[in-house]
Design a protein. Structure first.
Length: 252
């Protein structure tokens, strides 16, 4: 029995499994292993056996457990979202690079009668220093890099492609597909001519924005998806992505 803090869809693929779901509440945490957090149990409000093709939705915060009734396979599809800890990691990453990592200063601070007391004004100034970091463009870059980080391994092709290879194949109609699990990310901020894949930043020309949007939002792309052909710069970036194994030619 355990609790997830994100939406989960349990899709029964093979065999049958009995799922029990409890109502949200306050449950004691137990740790059978330092990296495995569970709860001792709950009173079920749902008790169903899933057959192949059945789907059970578990909202965030609802305890649940599943027991296989035979040889079976369940696909757990979790719609995860960043929490404050992950966003704070983005801030730490930015500050570690030296961007925005300024020392606190207050040249107008008067001598303190009570040195152990941090005043409300001083607390506000300290918080404002962090707020200024969060509102900077550098934090935007760090946050996008962090949110796009998937820990994906690079699987380069046996022979690396040149831009001429990619240009010839793509412009003659060969379709490209993103590798399984690859999730790119960009922003609509003004002058944000860049996108991220697996924590790595890639810049693009403003005229190629439509192609970048197609690349990141379509599983499969080909040259016929946009009336204007891609630039050499976009094809160069595409070559890098293919040679890293993030995109690949779609087999006929």
């Amino acid at each position: 029995a355990h609790i997830d803090q994100y939406d989960v869809f349990l899709v029964q693929g093979k065999g049958s499994r009995r799922w029990r779901v409890g109502a949200p509440g306050h449950y004691e945490d137990i740790f059978p292993h330092p990296k495995l957090k569970q709860i001792p149990g709950f009173e079920p409000v749902i008790d169903e056996v899933l057959q192949p093709g059945d789907v059970l939705y578990i909202p965030p915060g609802w305890p649940h457990d599943g027991v296989a009734l035979e040889d079976c396979l369940t696909y757990s599809v979790g719609f995860r979202a960043p929490d404050s800890h992950q966003l704070a990691d983005s801030l730490s990453f930015m500050l570690e690079t030296g961007e925005g990592n300024d020392m606190y200063t207050d040249p107008n601070r008067a001598p303190s009668v009570l040195p152990a007391t941090l005043t409300q004004k001083e607390i506000k100034q300290l918080k404002q220093q962090l707020i200024a970091c969060i509102e900077s463009d550098h934090f935007t870059y760090a946050m996008l890099a962090s949110l796009s980080e998937q820990g994906l391994p690079e699987y380069p092709p046996e022979e690396l492609y040149t831009r001429d290879d990619i240009e010839q194949a793509f412009l003659t109609g060969a379709p490209l597909a993103s590798a399984p699990g690859v999730r790119g990310m960009m922003t609509d901020l003004p002058h944000a001519d860049y996108f991220y894949v697996n924590g790595e930043r890639f810049d693009f020309q403003p005229d190629d924005k439509a192609w970048v949007e197609l690349l990141l939002n379509s599983h499969i792309i080909d040259v016929n998806m946009h009336e204007k052909p891609p630039s050499f710069a976009f094809l160069e970036t595409l070559t890098t992505l293919i040679n890293k194994g993030y995109w690949e030619w779609l087999e006929a």
